[in-house]
Ligand binder design. Structure first.
Ligand code: ADP
Ligand code: MG
Length: 681
């Protein structure tokens, strides 16, 4: 039986209590235990000796406890000092604010500590990050030289975890079937899966452990890429629409634009048109920083569909955005004789009926909408292109739902406003072709970004007033309230009233927040657009897409609560015209992470660079607001470090999938579809 079907209780040394603890770590089966990897290793063949410590050195050493004391230099600070002796010298192991550990150590016991060395004028210390009591000194000389350290849970000690992992390897690793066909293993000289697992848990040396981890990472990423590629093959089956005609609509639309397309816009437009002309359905991702001009591209793609006799749909994540796109597009398109409609959930029955029948009969050529578009009753006469302004907010199933609304398979264009590094784009969107607008329209000035401490709020208001007096407009963003729309609404209203009656009394102040009735929301946005409102107090509903070029200053309250992606999106609301624009970040920077985020915002205007920064700060799991649903949790692969492996896996996946006439490749391909069946790009 596969170890993935053997409950972990069946392992020697695991009773019901330990099984319960292991469950907390997500370990139900012995297979899970084998794939519970160490997060680091202790190299006991390279112990530091206490007589020869170097300042700043990080490593492991051992010693016999010769003294234990707790100091309390300040009310909020305790220092536990344990003096160790290993025969070559002595040093103090230090724990901060963990005085409760004191009883753990008794004079004469043996201790292994891992930490950072600091050489002071009169004493050597090691600030302990991790420690372990040894039963005997022989444990050091006779045990394994490379000791894995596992992620733990309370009640499960390092030593027990280690023993269980080792036992699982001895008894079960050989029963794990090889993932890779011999051909590939031989080609890269890789160990089998079971052997790689053994090397990860019980390595001879660090290099072996790392090589084994990389092998398993490659297996994982290869399967994932095969899964993505499988999805792509499925999409490309079935006939799509060849948008061959190059009609007058796109030409006339281009002519009436008040600007010419940037080189980058022209390039991606060509890529999109090429795809659309083929009769394999398009599935393309369009990336571009905030303000790079994706909307024009979307409209030009939609028009290509219309001039070929089809309909187009543009799906966006918020009502405000749907409305704004609609207002902008419908005017321009009416002049071209193209009928456009707006479909959101706040239409009355009659309006909705009209739009529905217009779509069904094909009189409405382009529809802009929110989730309302994917409701069952909405049917199209002949849908040719779906554009999704994703902003990471639509799930997979929603995407699929819209796309199945055509008789033939429509082309699909997904736009993301959040730039992600190319390698990550590959992991998340590997099933899609990739276009990027890597240039902003000319004349854009970088947004001047400043951090303003709370106590200078008054000054910030004065500065904003100065801008208003010059005829500009401002956004004032309320602090983020994650969990309660009600509290968020109340806070927004309170701020609105305060500013309206106080600091900005001489000006026209408006308000929008998520929960506001749609009509009021629309009215406020409309007035802001028309310049009838000077200051718009808003929640993050204005985060995406809102485009009012005359607004040149944004104040973000409680900036420490926002992620980098959100801050960058919010800042993108200004600097859309050709006047100097400002972003004031206000808040209390207590945590290290908040400080790092704000620092990145001050230093970087470029979304791609910020994305890289965010990746480093948060790691890929929680990265830049990227959709996490639909993504598997990788066990061995580290998306930050394994980009080379990822590229290799993608290349190989395509070759393997395209050579499925070979039975071993077919088997691997099928395995990937099954392994990640529940995950969808
Ligand atoms: P995005 O959706 O990528 O954030 P938009 O499509 O909203 O950006 O474009 C931002 C602003 O730049 C809009 O006001 C748009 O009209 C304008 N714009 C787009 N392309 C160009 C261009 N090539 N030259 C000048 N302005 C442009
Ligand atoms: Mg946009």
């Amino acid at each position: 039986m596969s170890p993935f079907h053997v409950p972990v209780e069946r392992l020697e040394g695991v009773g019901s209590e330990r099984a319960r603890l292991l469950k907390r770590l997500g370990i139900d089966t012995i297979g899970d235990l084998l794939f519970h990897f160490p997060h680091r290793y202790e190299d006991r063949s390279q112990l530091m000796s206490l007589g020869h410590l170097a300042d700043g050195q990080v490593g492991t050493c051992w010693g016999i406890v010769v003294g234990v004391q707790v100091l309390r230099p300040r009310p909020n600070l305790s220092i536990l000092k344990v003096l160790l002796d290993d025969g070559t010298g002595q040093a103090y192991a230090l724990w901060f604010n963990q005085a409760y550990l004191k009883s753990t150590f008794s004079v004469g016991s043996k201790l292994l500590v891992f930490g950072r060395v600091s050489l002071g004028p009169w004493e050597k210390t090691i600030t302990v990050e991790d420690f372990e009591k040894l039963s005997s000194a022989e444990e050091l000389t006779q045990g394994p030289k490379i000791v894995p350290v596992y992620p733990l849970t309370k009640g499960l000690s390092k030593r027990v975890m280690r023993r269980l992992a080792r036992k699982a390897v001895t008894d079960f690793a050989h029963r794990i079937p090889d993932t890779l066909p011999t051909l590939i293993k031989d080609h890269y000289k890789l160990p089998g899966t079971g052997e790689a697992l053994r090397q990860v848990h019980c390595p001879e040396n660090i290099q072996e452990a790392e090589r084994a981890r990389k092998t398993l990472a490659y297996e994982e990423l290869l399967l994932w890429q095969l899964r993505l590629y499988g999805e792509r093959l499925k999409w490309h089956q079935g006939k799509g629409i060849a948008h061959l005609a190059k009609g007058p609509l796109t030409v006339r639309y281009l002519r009436q634009l008040p600007f010419t397309l940037t080189k980058a816009q022209k390039k991606v437009l060509l890529e999109i048109y090429n795809d659309m002309a083929k009769d394999t359905p398009m599935s393309r991702l369009l990336q571009g920083d905030v303000g790079s001009g994706k909307t024009v591209i979307a409209v030009l793609a939609l028009l290509r569909s219309v001039e070929n006799g089809y309909q187009g749909a543009l799906m966006v994540p918020t009502e405000i955005l749907a409305e704004q796109h609609y207002l902008k597009i419908s005017g321009q398109l009416a002049e071209l004789g193209v009928k456009t409609a707006l479909l959101t959930s706040n239409l009355d029955r009659e309006e909705r009926e009209n739009i529905r029948s217009g779509l069904l009969q094909g009189t409405i050529k382009i529809v802009v909408g929110t989730h309302a578009l994917i409701q069952d009753e909405v049917q199209f006469a002949n849908l040719g292109l779906v554009v999704i302004d994703e902003q990471h907010r639509f799930g997979v199933s929603q995407r699929a739902a819209l796309v199945t609304k055509g008789h033939k398979k429509p082309d699909l264009l997904i736009m993301t406003a959040t730039p992600i590094p190319r390698t990550l784009a590959l992991t998340f969107y590997g099933d899609l072709d990739y276009s990027v607008i890597d240039e902003l329209p000319p004349g854009r000035l970088p947004v001047v970004t400043r951090y303003v401490p709370e106590k200078q709020r008054h000054k910030a208001y004065e500065f904003i007033k100065g801008q208003l007096e010059r005829g500009h407009q401002a956004y004032i963003v309320c602090p983020l309230v994650e969990d309660s729309e009600k509290i968020e609404a109340e806070a927004a209203i309170a701020m609105y009233n305060e500013l309206r009656k106080g600091a900005f009394a001489p000006f026209r102040v408006g308000l929008v927040y998520g929960r506001m009735p749609s009509q009021e929301k629309e009215r406020a946005m409309e007035e802001f657009r028309l310049g009838h409102i000077d200051v718009l107090v808003a929640t993050t509903v204005v985060e995406v897409g809102v485009d009012v070029p005359n607004a040149n200053i944004i104040l973000i309250n409680g900036c420490e609560r926002f992620g980098l992606a959100q801050l960058h999106q919010l800042r993108g609301r200004v600097g859309r015209g050709n006047t100097k624009a400002f972003c004031l970040l206000m808040g209390r920077l207590k945590s290290k992470e908040a400080k790092a985020r704000i620092k990145a915002m001050l230093q970087q205007g470029d979304g791609f660079a910020l994305a890289e920064e965010d990746l480093k700060l948060r790691g890929p799991g929680d990265f830049f607001g990227v959709r996490q649903h639909g993504m598997p949790q990788f066990k061995a692969a580290d998306l930050l470090r394994d980009q080379q492996i990822l590229l290799l896996a993608q290349k190989d996946a395509r070759r393997i999938a395209n050579n499925r006439d070979k039975p071993e490749f077919a088997r691997l391909f099928e395995l990937a579809q099954q392994r990640y069946a529940d995950f969808l790009p």
